[in-house]
Design a protein around this ligand. Structure first.
Ligand SMILES: NC(=O)c1ccc[n+]([C@@H]2O[C@H](COP(=O)([O-])OP(=O)(O)OC[C@H]3O[C@@H](n4cnc5c(N)ncnc54)[C@H](O)[C@@H]3O)[C@@H](O)[C@H]2O)c1
Length: 327
């Protein structure tokens, strides 16, 4: 059985995606609809957009509202088999306003778990966590059980959500699984999404014939993960019994420097300039990051299928077709 058959072959069910109008959420919704499920999206449209969703689809329900509203979350979860909890304030919002981050990312997650506990028939809560919980790691690639080191209010709140999932699993037997995403990029990404913003900005520059501007020396690294690989891993974490109570890194296991990223983007767009280094001082408090993906590979038989080069090519195709289709 191939990987996607195993994740897609379950019978149609009612599935909730919080934050389903966002970048990752909307791609997850599209995949769940393709697999025949009935999908309910709960989103307050803070960063998400309705036009990310196929509104009008017979098996899609959109509920405008916040995960901070417990009664609403409970209502939305009624009859659901799985909830994918993607809703969150991002790192930029969180750094500006840690209280809002606390209320949404921690309070909202607590609401989802409390509501899940009161929802008969709900099999699994999947929590979208973040590789930012590792901070500046001592060893690479980072394993799931390596030390965490929260360097931002955002990583505190993402880790708190994960910890609540674990605590609800241990204390109440609530089935959950956490997926620690690492810099997701791909079709649907926006320049104001902090995790893939650098990719969107480099593309915009190269496509306008301008040199991508690199801050720092460009040797800082991240593990850039293509969106469809992330969606597949998330679905497996929701569907497979083995994922119960587990935490998984979702990445590629490969480190890419910002310099490599800029050069690949220039090549993919067919441009022929050199990147521009605007400020060679090291501005990044996290120098290197790459995650070990063996656990996901071994336990859920997931492998990332899209290399950074291919992912950037697909992203470029989407960007050029979105530009042609746009107003
Ligand atoms: N994109 C990445 O690289 C990355 C990396 C690590 C973790 N994550 C996590 O993955 C999830 C999805 O991230 P994304 O990149 O798609 O971000 P996004 O901002 O595009 O999506 C988040 C969605 O949540 C919605 N939302 C925010 N607050 C809400 C609230 N109070 N109630 C209901 N909906 C709310 C937003 O409107 C948006 O649609 C988030 O939990 C994020 O922390 C993403």
């Amino acid at each position: 059985m191939t990987q996607s058959q195993s994740a897609s072959s379950t019978k149609p069910e009612r599935i909730v995606v919080t934050g389903g109008a966002g970048f990752v959420g909307s791609r997850l919704v599209a995949r769940l609809l393709d697999d025949g499920h009935h999908v309910v999206v709960l989103d307050d449209l803070f960063t998400g957009r309705k036009d990310n969703l196929p509104l009008g689809h017979a098996r899609l329900e959109f509920v405008l509202g916040s995960v901070t509203d417990f009664a609403l979350v409970k209502d939305v979860l009624r009859g659901a088999a799985i909830v994918f909890h993607e809703a969150a304030r991002n790192i930029i919002v969180s750094t500006k306003d840690p209280r809002q981050d606390y209320e949404v990312n921690i309070g909202g997650t607590l609401n989802v778990l409390l509501a899940a506990r009161e929802t008969p028939g709900l099999r699994r809560t999947v929590y979208a966590s973040s590789a930012s919980v590792y901070g500046n790691p001592r060893y690479l690639p980072i394993n799931e059980d390596d030390a965490t080191n929260m360097l931002s209010p955002y990583s505190v709140s993402k880790y708190a959500g994960e910890s609540y999932c674990k605590a609800f699993y241990e204390s109440y037997g609530l089935s959950s699984s956490s997926v620690r995403y690492s810099n997701v990029y791909g079709p649907g990404q926006r320049a104001d999404n902090p995790y893939c913003g650098v990719i969107a900005k480099f593309f915009e520059a190269a496509m306008a014939g301008e040199a991508p501007r690199i801050h720092g020396d460009g040797e800082q690294t991240r593990d850039y993960t293509y969106i469809d690989d992330v969606v597949e891993a998330t679905i497996l974490a929701g569907m497979l019994p083995k994922a119960d109570g587990q935490v998984y890194n979702v990445g590629t296991g490969r480190e890419t420097t910002v310099n490599q990223l800029a050069r690949t983007i220039i090549a993919v767009t067919g441009a022929s300039m050199e990147p521009q280094w605007v400020d060679r001082r090291d501005i990044d408090n996290i120098r290197r990051r790459v995650v070990n993906i063996e656990k996901l590979r071994r336990e859920l038989r997931w492998v990332p299928r899209v290399t950074v080069e291919n992912g950037l090519r697909r992203t470029y195709e989407w960007m050029t077709s979105a530009k042609t289709a746009g107003p």
